[in-house]
Design a protein around this ligand. Structure first.
Ligand code: PBG
Length: 327
């Protein structure tokens, strides 16, 4: 036999030498929830190990992210039910919970890690959609984009290094870039949720933010059947000035991720979403899978498919599991 690929696997040292990638902590971004009015963090039942944070516990979490050398923290706001309205105003006001959380986190970490904000209205609207509605109940794309511009500028004002438009409205990246520049925020970066699918894997997230969604998001998020369309959406975002493009969900969309990584001249992110997290935690709780190994493998697979960075709810614990998986 001339060719014996197993020679590369004979010893731990040989495997280390021939390993094609290792996921670095600096590639991981922690999504975090800050909820108005809390004094103590509150557990999220469908995401064991993840909490809604008070401003104080959020600040402590952000400093742990910086100390661990992670790539960044992505903030989501959970407002009081009474503050929600048709246009998501409390997502834009400087005293809204997300902007207060951003200011607090930025004051805590400075430039030691990257502070990111989800730029989307769904947590803040009383109907739960990512945009504003027309009088007959459809999503008004262009009016929504105007709200996103105001929201992105308010987030940059609050201290975000990166804004993350996730509403899948046409033209959102170009409009936000122009709005940020007009406001003097030329250094604030755009992480565009470019190929974002209408996914059942977002289920636990809706609990996490207390979403009031009526209906579904299929007129703006993509059909899971569409691979080419993910590439097209990404190309448009790059042309509109996205600094980073993202595929979401991650683990079940590795084909889209690989396509995007092959064409993108800008860094590529992937979001390992709430349902991907919850399924592994649930199976591990039953003893059906090896939790730490499966977490490491899931992240390795996402990076192998082409992600330069990964948003994951395991960002703080994963570096230890990854290191163990390389032994
Ligand atoms: C929109 C947004 C969602 C998620 C991130 N940003 C929800 C949605 O589009 O329905 C989902 C993240 C997750 O499931 O972990 N603000």
């Amino acid at each position: 036999m001339l060719i014996r690929p197993r020679r590369a696997r004979t010893t731990p040292a040989m495997r280390r030498l021939t390993r094609e990638l290792e996921v670095r902590p600096s590639q991981l971004i922690l999504p975090a929830f800050v909820r108005d009015g809390l004094t103590e963090p509150v557990d999220i039942p469908s995401m064991p190990g993840v909490q809604q944070h008070s401003l104080d516990s959020l600040a402590a979490l952000a400093s742990a992210v910086a100390d661990a050398g992670l790539g960044g923290i992505m903030l989501f706001g959970v407002p009081d039910e009474a503050d929600k309205d048709a246009t998501g105003s409390c997502g834009i006001r400087a005293d809204g919970i997300l902007n207060r959380g951003l200011a607090r986190v930025r004051a805590e970490v400075g430039d030691a890690t990257v502070v990111m904000a989800d730029t989307c209205l769904d947590e803040f609207t009383d109907h739960g959609h990512c945009g504003v509605l027309t009088s007959d109940g459809r999503i008004d794309n262009d009016a929504t984009v105007e709200r996103y511009v105001q929201m992105a500028v308010s987030q940059a004002d609050a201290g975000a290094h990166v804004v993350g438009p996730s509403g899948m409205m046409d033209g959102q990246v170009a409009a936000i870039r122009a709005g940020l520049d007009d406001a003097g925020h030329t250094d604030v970066s755009i992480l565009a949720y470019s190929a974002k699918y209408a996914s059942a894997f977002f289920g636990p997230f809706r609990d996490a933010v207390g979403s009031s969604l009526q209906g579904d998001r299929r007129t703006y998020q993509q059909d899971p059947a569409n691979r080419r369309e993910g590439v097209r959406e990404t190309e448009l975002d790059i042309a509109e000035g996205a600094d980073t493009v993202m595929v979401k969900p991650a683990g079940y969309y590795l084909d889209v991720l690989a396509d995007v990584a092959a064409l993108s001249p800008v860094p590529v992110a992937a979001y390992q979403v709430s349902g991907e997290y919850a399924m592994i935690e649930a199976a591990a709780e039953r003893g059906w899978v090896d939790r730490e190994r499966i977490i490491a493998e899931s992240l390795t697979s996402i990076v192998r498919a082409g992600a330069d960075m990964v948003l994951t709810y395991w960002a703080l614990s994963a570096p230890a599991y990854l290191a163990a998986s390389y032994e």
